[in-house]
Design a protein around this ligand. Sequence first.
Ligand SMILES: [Zn+2]
Length: 298
Amino acid sequence: MTGSGADDRCVFTKDIQTAVKGREVEILDALGVPYRDGRPHINCPYPDHPDENPSWRFDKRTGRAICTCSSHSILQVLMKIQGITFDAAKIRAAEILGRQDLIQVRTGGKPYQRHDACSLLNAPADNRDDELPFIYLGTRLGIEPADVPRPLTPFVGIKALEYFDPPASSRANPKLVGSWPCAVFGTVGADGRQHAHRTYLTADGCAKADLGIAPGGKPRDPKKSAKLADGQASTAGCSVIWATRKRLATLSFSRGSRTRRSGQTGFSLRSKQRKSTSHPGSTQAASRRSRPIRRRNW
Ligand SMILES: [Zn+2]
């Protein structure tokens, strides 16, 4: 048993529990448990249960293993058969299922920031500088950051966000390149689909970061879409919404859906709307806001 254990990787319990649902037998196969040979019982595969009369079976309906010694979830089966901890079993299960994307790498005991839209837009306060997007856009537009119109869709600045190269193979992990400041803009589709895109920035926030050359020989692109969340459909057509004070008064957005992690704010267009109207821009800036900015190659 290698690769799982006292390393700096971790998998969120909820993530792996969702991922294994309906795929438990793939893990049994990877472990070499001959559950198909049972009628329905086989000899208990746990090293600590000397089972003379076959008494272990796997119940596909509940996704649990049942034996005279106990009943176990598939992760517990993994722990028992391989003699590993729960943390290691979660990593092993992700590897078996080809879900390396669920494996987080800790830095200084903290897991990396997740890269799906909702997680990015709810990045922890201690890693936030929400002026960053406007420092960057202001430099691009040649105006003061305070004069850059605020979008209706959510935005955040992240002080340090990891950039990963894609895994070299389906069984490999994404490779950490480094961390840079990042501007993240939430986007919405006309049908309500929500996503985000990110732009990695230089240390001063004024330009796109130089991320070096990727293994393929091309420069890494500092513009990246957020990672697709589990089950997320296409993000085609999702855009940042820029609007004027006048249009804000007529646009009515319902509050975005709450995320699965309760307590976190999803896309709250209404609150951004208030924020935007109270933005202390000059009259000149206000007149600039009277026409929406065309989407540029940010
Ligand atoms: Zn048993």
